[in-house]
Unconditional design. Structure first.
Length: 289
């Protein structure tokens, strides 16, 4: 699996720094370790998966340790995107025992959350059972953790939708309600207005009915979001969109329904649960005697 370098985003290091400040406070103190662990004590610690998972965030965890103490040696044993078994060692850290303890919880918080998102994503991909259909994430992410969670979706075999409000137009029902209130016209004119304002961006529009879709297609959006439609209606919509735009199914999709939706011919399926409902994976840090 070829993944982007998460550290290409400049905000990643800054967000890790903020997470450490949150834990250490303004004076950067770990009062328990400072009280009980001699500064000269050295140790080796293993980060271990307590359950099978799709791994994400091991390089982020290593960066946490390095930020606490650049002299700590971090050996990444398993690459992001890998499937790991229960008991697998994914990261080895050597150096100051005191500083390892200081970094432990923040490092685990990142890798546990990220691996949870990757594992849920991988299960949705598996249940969909159609490699021709993209599994998309959404903007339903934890505030300030979006770059970590969207990277984790990639680790699970998913695809990133637009990153935010700035890089693509997505006209949804509330936008259309506002447009119609002001202009008295429908979805086709709204698509045309967005295209005129941002000609270089992808334009996607949400539709709830076949009639609304027909109107949207007159102005040729790049994508249509087919919201809360059953498989027979999705198939009809896909046929209407052929040669005009790409199709995304969305709305209430879960592990029980995704397979049927993935067989309708849609180009993509978006699932908010990849990020907003993923449980953290149980990983732990064990000192080696």
């Amino acid at each position: 699996m070829e993944l982007p370098d998460i550290f290409e985003k400049p905000e990643i290091v800054k967000l890790i720094q903020l997470a450490l400040i949150e834990d250490l406070g303004p004076d950067k103190r770990d009062v328990t370790s400072d009280s009980l662990v001699p500064p000269e004590e050295v140790a080796e610690a293993h980060m271990v998966a307590r359950e099978a998972c799709r791994l994400a965030g091991v390089t982020v965890a290593a960066e946490v340790f390095r930020q606490v103490d650049p002299d700590l040696e971090c050996e990444v044993c398993v690459a992001d995107g890998s499937v790991v078994d229960q008991g697998a060692v994914v990261l080895v850290i050597k150096g100051s025992a005191q500083r390892i303890l200081t970094a432990e919880r923040t490092a685990l918080n990142f890798i546990q959350r990220m691996s949870g998102v990757a594992t849920v994503t991988a299960e949705y991909v598996r249940q969909a059972g159609n490699p021709e259909v993209m599994l998309l994430d959404t903007r339903k992410t934890t505030p300030a953790l979006r770059p970590f969670e969207k990277y984790s979706v990639l680790c699970g075999g998913g695809t990133n939708h637009r990153y935010g409000l700035f890089d693509a137009v997505l006209i949804k029902d509330n936008h259309l309600a506002s447009w119609k209130k002001k202009h008295g016209t429908g979805v086709g004119e709204a698509v045309a207005a967005a295209r005129a304002k941002y000609p270089d961006l992808k334009i996607e529009v949400e539709v709830d009915t076949i009639e609304q879709l027909r109107e949207a297609l007159t102005t040729r959006p790049d994508w249509v979001l087919l919201d809360n439609m059953p498989p027979p209606v999705l198939r009809e919509c896909v046929a209407l969109c052929k040669g005009i735009c790409q199709t995304e199914a969305s709305g209430g999709i879960n592990l029980d329904t995704i397979h049927g939706i993935a067989q309708t011919g849609v180009d993509a399926i978006s699932v908010g649960a990849l990020t907003h409902s993923a449980p953290s994976i149980d990983l732990a840090l064990d000192f080696v005697a």
